[in-house]
Design a protein around this ligand. Structure first.
Ligand SMILES: CCCCCCCCCCCCCC(=O)SCCNC(=O)CCNC(=O)[C@H](O)C(C)(C)COP(=O)(O)OP(=O)(O)OC[C@H]1O[C@@H](n2cnc3c(N)ncnc32)[C@H](O)[C@@H]1OP(=O)(O)O
Ligand SMILES: Cc1cc2nc3c(=O)[nH]c(=O)nc-3n(C[C@H](O)[C@H](O)[C@H](O)COP(=O)(O)OP(=O)(O)OC[C@H]3O[C@@H](n4cnc5c(N)ncnc54)[C@H](O)[C@@H]3O)c2cc1C
Length: 652
């Protein structure tokens, strides 16, 4: 990963804004210049079935090109990450990729949960795409509470096979990407029974379809779940089993095993089964940054083009970018792009370090990684979804056009708040960990993202207009909220409630405490990154990064004013200083706004937006896109003579 300075000079605003980005040596042109990866007809004018068929065509070509690059020694996992992620991936397949799960969850699960022998058996086939897999965990009746999953896998020692069965309709797998018509294998998460005892959920490799004819195998009931808010080419499917037999060694046995006679060998930790879910949550923070960057570019460039109303009666209509309310919609989201990018990079490095430890049997840091991945996925995806919607609204009617690509981007980013762990549930997971740390304070000193909890509660944080103060105030607020929630938990238990009831009755506070903890981590990572860059970049870049950091921090503080007044020494007058500081920063960032989003370096083909093109020819592009509507192929539609005309005549 090489960091370079990209200088973006906008001719029509004649300003220089530079932005430090991490450049992946990724050959975008190799994909974007391929005519076969372009849609002949805008997707929105295809049928549901045509959209899926077009997505499969493109996905196969996309991955064929990635494998070609790999065979030529031009990159490996990074290329997959680029074509699967929210940048190039969603540009080529804006309605979702039906093969994503093969790479994002099927292969990682084989690697994370399979023995060496099983990896040898399955991984090459999967990498060669001899088989296409998905990850089938969620059921019609359960998505969050995976210990409640109903699909069963009963071991038959006579034949040394597992029998998979869906005892109820709610046991049907429901949601897995690519499951409907694309994948022919799946990792299926099921309740394992052997020797008459249930040992909880475990992962199994199951063949779903014939490798030649793609026909569903006997006992397999399979299909797609229908239209959704977005991602309608992802081919999310359903899967029911009617006593389907698989060999014993189709149970992924890295962590726990079933011996030929049916003896169950327990895993060193039941949590290791959850490993795949951490990986995706970690990469989703990067995707949240990517989708928010895309929407920020579109809305900021459009705001520089759009002229509307008057600020002064004798003046021409200004760029809407000059309205402070518009700047308030745009600039904090631009700052969030940087914040989530830096948090994603830090989390990715942390994940890789801890995953290496897990390989050596060291589980100490797994709980903190889980808690941190949960809260950063929840906060970044929620903020990104809210931000994309705010940026769409900032573009007025044209933001509501499909041609703006903002509705589709919203459909992609808002799904992230649900999949890979619904956000509230993940925040509660983080809260569970925080309360445990709080109750057992000796552990807190060791954990990097937690050590502030040891001192923050009793530390004086007199107000000052600085990022350092905001971080200290957020930390003190997080500690105060965890402490208060813990006290309310104990009070409820003392009044006779069970711990579980007390937990449920305190859960609003617990979720809120976890969220503030997450924001503390994000601001601190942003701060650390900027401090690290300042000595290595030009003064002007350092100034811009500092402005963005301050904007992100002061906006985070203003979102917490109620809690700040409760848990820190801040006073009402200090909140006024924060508000004024925010307005000063909006004005300081205004000259660099377009340059900053330019430096996200997303080409027009990636943006796929009539509003966000680099040349700014918004109106011509909107009008040209309108001509692609099939309705415009003829001046009078047949419905006139069939319905309208008789209707009108009948009224005369
Ligand atoms: C490459 C880039 C491209 C990106 C493209 C992306 C496209 C993506 C496409 C779409 C893809 C979408 C694909 C999909 O959507 S795949 C389906 C995703 N589904 C989920 O994420 C389900 C969410 N539910 C859960 O995670 C569990 O059921 C929870 C945890 C909520 C409850 O469960 P349970 O009832 O058991 O909870 P417990 O509270 O008793 O916890 C028990 C203990 O376990 C620990 N624990 C729990 N979880 C983990 C964990 N994960 N790692 C490590 N540890 C973990 C926990 O701390 C606790 O420890 P302790 O406190 O007892 O010590
Ligand atoms: C686009 C998309 C793609 C997906 N892809 C896959 C896939 O490939 N493979 C797969 O296995 N799954 C997949 N999923 C399913 C996804 O993982 C689940 O939707 C998710 O885990 C949430 O579970 P659920 O839908 O059952 O919601 P529920 O768990 O029923 O949640 C519904 C509501 O109940 C609340 N709730 C639930 N439990 C608690 C609790 N303990 N405390 C407080 N509130 C609670 C939630 O906060 C939420 O508000 C996908 C989902 C989507 C939207």
């Amino acid at each position: 990963m090489s960091a370079k300075v990209v200088v973006s000079k906008r001719r029509n605003v004649n300003r220089q804004a530079i932005f430090l980005i991490t450049l992946w040596p990724f050959p975008e042109d190799f994909f974007l210049s391929d005519p076969e990866l372009k849609s002949k007809v805008p997707l929105e004018y295809l049928s549901h079935k045509e959209k899926y068929e077009e997505a499969v065509r493109k996905a196969c070509l996309l991955f064929r090109k990635v494998i070609q690059l790999q065979n030529e020694g031009k990159g490996g996992m990074d290329n997959f990450r680029e074509v699967l992620g929210g940048q190039l991936g969603s540009a080529i397949l804006p309605d979702g990729n039906p093969i994503t799960l093969h790479y994002v969850m099927f292969i990682p699960t084989l690697m994370g949960q399979g023995t060496i022998e099983q990896q040898a058996e399955w991984i090459q086939k999967a990498w060669n795409c001899d088989i296409i897999g998905t990850y089938a965990q969620t059921e019609l009746g359960h998505g969050t509470f995976i210990r409640g999953l109903e699909t069963v896998a009963k071991y038959d020692p006579k034949t040394e096979e597992f029998v998979l069965h869906s005892p109820t309709l709610t046991a049907y797998k429901w949601w897995p990407g690519g499951l409907g018509h694309s994948a022919n294998y799946a990792v299926v998460v099921a309740q394992l029974y052997t020797q008459g005892k249930c040992h909880g959920i475990h992962p199994f490799v199951v063949q779903l379809r014939d490798e030649e004819t793609h026909e569903p195998l006997p006992g397999i009931k399979i299909g797609e779940i229908g239209c959704k808010l977005g991602m309608n080419s992802t081919n999310n499917g359903y899967l029911g089993f009617d006593n389907v037999r698989i060999p014993r060694n189709y149970m992924l046995m890295k962590n726990s095993q079933v011996l030929p006679d049916g003896t169950y060998v327990k895993s060193p930790s039941s949590k290791l089964t959850y490993g795949t879910m951490i990986f995706v949550r970690v990469v989703l923070v990067q995707d949240a940054a990517t989708y928010l960057k895309k929407a920020s570019i579109i809305a900021t460039r459009y705001s520089a083009i759009r002229h509307q109303s008057q600020i002064k009666p004798d003046q021409p209509e200004p760029q809407i970018l000059d309205y402070v309310t518009q700047q308030y919609k745009l600039f904090p989201n631009i700052a969030s792009c940087f914040a989530f990018q830096y948090a994603a990079t830090w989390l990715w490095d942390t994940y890789n370090n801890i995953t290496e430890e897990l390989e050596t049997g060291q589980l100490d840091n797994l709980p903190e990684l889980h808690a941190t991945a949960c809260v950063l996925k929840a906060v970044s995806t929620a903020d990104a979804a809210q931000g994309v919607e705010m940026l769409r609204l900032a573009c007025g009617g044209h933001g509501y056009m499909t041609a703006s690509n903002l509705p589709s981007t919203y459909g992609l980013v808002t799904a992230m708040c649900t999949y890979e762990g619904e956000n509230t549930v993940l925040l509660l997971q983080t809260a569970r960990f925080l309360v445990k740390m709080w109750q057992n304070k000796t552990n807190v000193y060791k954990l990097p993202t937690m050590k502030y909890l040891a001192t923050a509660l009793n530390r004086a944080t007199p107000f000052e207009k600085s990022v350092e103060w905001v971080i200290a105030a957020l930390q003190k607020t997080a500690a105060g909220k965890i402490d208060l929630a813990n006290r309310h938990l104990n009070e409820r238990v003392a009044k006779g409630q069970s711990y579980e009831d007390a937990w449920n009755n305190t859960s609003i506070e617990l979720v809120s405490a976890a969220e503030v903890h997450g924001r503390t981590i994000i601001v601190e990572q942003f701060y650390n990154t900027v401090q690290g860059y300042k000595s290595r970049v030009s003064k002007e870049l350092g100034t811009v990064l500092e402005q963005l950091l301050q904007l992100y921090a002061v906006n985070a503080a203003l979102r917490c004013t109620g809690d700040f007044l409760r848990f820190t020494e801040v006073l009402g007058k200090d909140i006024t200083v924060l508000q004024t500081w925010l307005e000063e920063l909006l004005s300081q960032i205004r000259p660099n706004a377009v340059g900053l989003v330019d430096s996200f370096d997303m080409r027009d083909e990636i943006l796929s937006s009539a509003l966000g093109c680099y040349d700014g020819n918004v109106y011509e592009r909107l009008f040209n896109e309108a001509q692609k509507s099939p309705l415009n192929a003829e001046p009078v539609n047949k419905s006139y003579n069939l319905y309208l005309k008789p209707f009108i005549k009948a009224q005369l």
